[in-house]
Design a protein around this ligand. Structure first.
Ligand SMILES: *[C@@H]1O[C@H](CO)[C@@H](O)[C@H](O)[C@H]1NC(C)=O
Ligand SMILES: *[C@@H]1O[C@H](CO)[C@@H](O)[C@H](O)[C@H]1NC(C)=O
Ligand SMILES: *[C@@H]1O[C@H](CO)[C@@H](O)[C@H](O)[C@H]1NC(C)=O
Length: 355
């Protein structure tokens, strides 16, 4: 199948709903069966190294068209146009001295120009209604990470205070809590999975546009490069129960890590016990999408002398404050606990097909 057909298939699905390319693919929770069929053919191609090469070398124009038709073209100021291969070769390790008490805004002095990460689908494992809290670690073991995200307006490059950044990621062995029934993510029959809130949470941006979290470096799972999801909400309201409601999702993105950092993480327990296959950044379609023209890899610095003492990681999101993206959570966290969204991407799996 040609790439042209692949991209046409993706476009047919309305939005780019490719979730987890590779073995874990769930392409299109909103796609019609016919479209899904055409996309399912691509599974193998997406993970082939040849596909990666061709995407850039031969089908750059197709990619540009994809961006255009998804409405992403005008969102990117393209101040520093790069392709994802060159982005993947940048060493994002910083020699900055970092500490718990530092001014987080100072991290961003070398974070690059105003950059807009192409918005992607929020993925199949988003839970809406998580707590506003800085420390989302709970009892999960792993390498501590303080993650600072600076939100800027992509047109003016001015920082955006009072935005709400909602993040979620897998634990050190590649499992997401909070959703029941996603293949490879715990026992599908275990409703207890819905109680999980670890590694999920919401923080407001401060006067410098910075939201920060105490979390862990994520572990990888089949079919995806290691990543963290983020949604930036504008105009949301904080509720007495410490959640946010309303507002519009101005940005949906995923952030990534240097391949060399991932290799080092995998030598530290409990990451070293993770049996899932590593998918390299450059073999992950969503990374390619994020890194063509932008840099979705976090900069980072070690807190101590060794990785196991923890890291600081930071990244700047350029957002379009007028955008209002569709969000379709897999589950909701409510006053009655976690409940599946019957119209969400995981509940619809029996209909749309298991990966
Ligand atoms: C976050 O909370 C966990 C316990 O839930 C604790 O072990 C950890 O030290 C906290 N992280 C930071 C950076 O304070
Ligand atoms: C990751 O989460 C799963 C599901 O909650 C759990 O079974 C597993 O032990 C966790 N990984 C680690 C290293 O604790
Ligand atoms: C928090 O409050 C909102 C608004 O009243 C409600 O919809 C939601 O279910 C509550 N969430 C939790 C976890 O209690």
């Amino acid at each position: 199948m040609s790439l042209k057909t692949i991209f046409s298939g993706l476009l047919l699905a309305g939005t780019l709903v490719l979730a987890h390319p590779g073995k874990e693919e769930v392409f299109a929770h909103s796609a019609l069966p016919l479209e899904r069929k055409s996309l399912n053919h691509c599974n193998k191609e997406f993970s082939e190294p040849e596909f990666v090469k061709r995407t850039v070398e031969v089908h750059g124009r197709e990619y540009a068209r994809l961006r255009r038709e998804l409405g992403l073209e005008n969102e990117s100021p393209k101040l520093d146009p790069r392709d994802y291969i060159s982005v993947s070769k940048i060493d994002h390790k910083s020699s900055k001295t970092v500490s718990k008490t530092m001014d987080l805004a100072s991290l961003f002095s070398d974070a690059g120009a105003c950059m807009l990460m192409p918005a992607v689908d929020q993925g199949p494992l988003y839970v809406l209604g998580e707590q506003v809290r800085k420390n989302i670690t709970e009892n999960e073991p792993g390498i501590k990470m303080t993650l600072a995200i600076q939100v800027v307006d992509y047109k003016t490059c001015k920082t955006v205070p009072n935005a709400w950044v909602d993040i979620w990621s897998s634990n050190s062995t590649g499992i997401y809590t909070g959703v029941q029934g996603y293949p490879g993510m715990g026992d599908p029959k275990d409703a207890g999975m819905l109680k999980g809130t670890a590694l999920r949470g919401v923080q407001p941006t401060d006067d410098h546009g910075v939201a920060s979290f105490d979390s862990l470096l994520p572990g990888h799972y089949d079919g995806r490069a290691s990543h963290i999801h983020a949604i930036v909400y504008l105009g949301a309201t904080k509720q007495p129960n410490n959640t946010i409601t309303g507002g519009k999702a101005s940005h949906i993105g995923q952030l990534y890590f240097d391949q060399s950092l991932i290799a080092s993480i995998d030598t530290v327990a409990p990451y070293s016990s993770n049996k899932n296959k590593v998918l390299k950044n450059t073999a992950d379609f969503l990374f390619m999408q994020g890194a063509n023209g932008d840099d979705p890899i976090v900069r980072y610095a070690l807190v101590g002398k060794t990785l196991s003492e923890g890291v600081f990681a930071w990244i700047r999101f350029g957002i379009n404050q007028n955008a209002n993206k569709a969000v379709n959570p897999a589950a909701f966290m409510t006053d009655k606990g976690g409940v599946m969204n019957p119209k969400g991407p995981v509940a619809l799996l029996p209909k749309t097909g298991y990966p």
